[in-house]
Design a protein around this ligand. Structure first.
Ligand code: ADP
Ligand code: ADP
Length: 213
């Protein structure tokens, strides 16, 4: 299955991707994770992206489209993929459609996770992220077993610089203006499925599973 996961920052895309990839054999491709990895290792791509990411702005389309073209070459994606955080603008979605037809692939579904802004702010400002594997936690809703330590690999949990309130508010308006039009874009292709992202983690997962099944 080839899937796109759409939704505002903090909607739970990364969190719910785990279950989807486990149950449906898809590979998660998170553009945010790839960019953060590039920043960590100091690549040219990481350096180009850094200032945009710190301010909660989008990295320019050309950079992202080049990056996704590289990523889509990976042979393991033949099993099916789940794109998390891409596309984020209409030009990115159009470039991706062109790439899909070049590769002879098609999308099966665009999952749109809906959560109101007030809850997104509460989720993001208390989000903690593993420095080594990128897995996310929440101080109240999804705490790690041991404080400050990732359950999976023992990595240090930190607060992303763009998860402070001021930047979160900017990211939500960037989503509203630049990414939300994609819902309509994929609705016109008959691919978008809107899902309520409010509720316990397993309740939201059950809604996603009902759509995918
Ligand atoms: P996204 O990938 O969409 O930006 P995440 O999956 O990282 O979002 O989730 C954002 C934050 O909200 C994390 O701290 C996560 O633990 C928490 N979270 C995810 N789903 C829920 C939920 N259903 N209820 C409460 N908190 C949630
Ligand atoms: P979240 O889901 O919490 O918003 P991401 O990890 O997806 O966060 O993205 C973090 C940052 O990385 C974004 O604010 C943006 O600067 C950059 N980024 C990630 N994906 C894209 C994309 N497809 N287009 C442009 N910028 C992106």
């Amino acid at each position: 299955m080839n899937l796109i996961f759409l939704g505002p920052p903090g909607a739970g895309k990364g969190t719910q991707s785990e279950g989807i990839c486990r149950d449906y054999g898809t590979i998660q491709l998170s553009t945010g994770d790839i960019l953060r990895e590039n920043r960590k290792t100091g690549t040219e791509l990481g350096q180009k992206a850094e200032s945009y990411m710190i301010d909660g702005e989008l990295v320019p389309d050309e950079i992202i489209i080049d990056m996704i073209k590289q990523e889509m070459r990976k042979p393991e994606l033949a099993a099916g993929y789940l794109l998390d955080g891409f596309p984020r603008t209409v030009p990115q979605a159009k470039a991706f459609d062109a790439l899909l037809s070049q590769l002879g692939q098609k999308l099966d579904c665009v999952l749109v996770l809906n959560v109101p802004n007030q809850e997104l702010v509460a989720r993001l400002t208390s989000r903690r992220t593993c420095r080594s594997c990128g897995k996310t936690y929440h101080l109240m809703f999804k705490p790690p077993l041991a404080e400050g330590i990732c359950d999976l690999d023992g990595g240090e949990l930190y607060q992303r610089k763009d998860d402070v309130e001021e930047t979160v508010i900017n990211r939500l308006s960037v989503y509203e203006n630049q990414t939300k039009p994609l819902i309509d874009y994929y609705q016109k292709q008959g691919l978008a499925k809107v899902i309520d992202g409010v509720g316990k983690l397993d309740e939201v997962y059950a809604r996603l599973k009902a759509v995918l099944d």
